[in-house]
Design a protein around this ligand. Structure first.
Ligand code: PHE
Length: 370
């Protein structure tokens, strides 16, 4: 290891030789620096106030120099200091670069980090399934706003003002709408049926559409109710559409959805916008329609062997009156409509016992549908 020699000869040539030996030593030691720890040791050896190489140079070369050589030696020592500082700085750069090359490199033998994969939400999955069944029948998809006017949600669907049928759907109203005419007041749509009218305003018959979407009702949440839920609406309008078309279409859709062995049954019902109206039952695909599972009563069908799936009916001529000018003359066209709850169908399909599970975002629940 280099040690600073005492000088006896202060001639320019002797100073030159001493300086170049010192710089050669600096270079050799800098080249051996491999890490930051190495570098600190290197720096201290050269720069430490107490006994560092530069301090020794100061003491042994400059302070010891005879008076008439001081000027010359001082200049050289300053040059050396600058070079040593540069050399030390450069060595730090190399030490860090070398280290980061080591720690930053990828070890391809380590196991990778597994990123969790997203998946369709079970309700969306069910909706997509139902939509695709109808797409295969030639239906297209329509959508509409969730904040809807009284006109589209009720009036044009043949709910007269103050009609008790409006109470069937506990409506959430947007606040501070009292100054507007009743039909313009805004609310959260209680069903997807307003998109029937919106679509018939835009497209002339014949039409075949399905309408998936969110709907809202002022229901307190429990195992089977949620203030927000999902519906899929259907509407077909053409010449000579009959109740037979309605039954055939829905029977096919239920077999595609729940399996070819399910049966359908239509029971009289009421909706202001369909006449006649029906609720459609599907034979219970959990107990096979027997109402029992072994010695236990079948819960999903409440032992009846039938499960209510949707509301439907022939479009009421009063509804066509609202879009008559766009080609929907009730004397010329007829149609059927239906609406089903997607959450309810997902619950039945997957055997889920609480609708709230769909909206809590608990990954432990949701990942079971991946
Ligand atoms: N909109 C009705 C509801 O939400 C369902 C329905 C749609 C009934 C279409 C008949 C025809 O209850």
């Amino acid at each position: 290891m280099y040690t600073v020699p005492k000088l006896t000869d202060y001639s320019s040539a002797a100073l030159e030789k001493a300086a170049s030996e010192l710089l050669a030593a600096l270079e050799a030691e800098a080249a051996a620096v491999r890490s930051e720890t190495d570098w600190k040791e290197f720096r201290d050896r050269w720069m430490a106030r107490k006994n560092g190489v530069l301090t020794q140079v100061n003491d042994l070369w400059l302070k010891a120099a005879p008076k008439d050589a001081k000027r010359d030696v001082g200049q050289r020592v300053n040059e050396l200091k600058a070079k040593v500082e540069q050399g030390i700085d450069a060595a730090l750069g190399r030490a860090k670069g070398g280290e980061s090359k080591l720690t930053g490199s990828v070890d391809i033998t380590l196991p990778g980090i597994r990123r969790p994969l997203g998946t369709e939400h079970p309700v969306i999955k069910t909706m997509n399934e139902i939509v695709s069944i109808f797409r295969n029948l030639g239906y297209s998809v329509a959508e509409g706003p969730e904040v809807e006017s009284d006109y589209y949600n009720f009036e044009s669907l043949n709910f007269p003002p103050n009609h008790p049928a409006r109470d069937m759907q506990d409506t959430l109203f947007i606040a501070n709408q009292e100054s507007k005419p009743a039909r313009d007041r805004l609310l959260l749509r209680t069903h997807t049926s307003p998109v029937q009218i919106r679509t018939m305003e835009k497209l002339k018959p014949p039409i075949r559409i399905v309408i998936p979407g969110k709907v809202y009702r002022n229901d307190p949440p429990d195992a089977s109710h949620s203030p927000m839920f999902h519906q899929i609406e259907g509407l077909a309008v053409d010449n000579n559409i009959t109740f037979g078309d309605l039954k055939g279409t829905l029977d096919h859709a239920m077999k595609a959805l729940f399996g070819s062995s399910v049966k359908t049954q239509f029971r009289p019902s009421f909706f202001p916008f369909t006449e006649p109206s029906a609720e459609m039952m599907v034979s219970c695909f959990i107990c096979g329609g027997s109402g029992r599972r072994g010695s236990e009563p079948c819960r999903p069908c409440k032992t009846t062997g039938w499960i209510e799936i949707l509301g439907c009916g022939m479009v009421d001529p009063n509804v066509f009156e609202f879009v008559k000018r766009n080609g929907y003359d009730p004397k010329k066209v007829s149609g059927f409509a239906f609406g089903m709850g997607a959450d309810r169908i997902a619950i039945l399909k997957y055997g889920v016992d609480d609708i709230q599970l769909f909206f809590q975002g608990d990954v432990r629940f949701l990942e079971q549908f991946a």
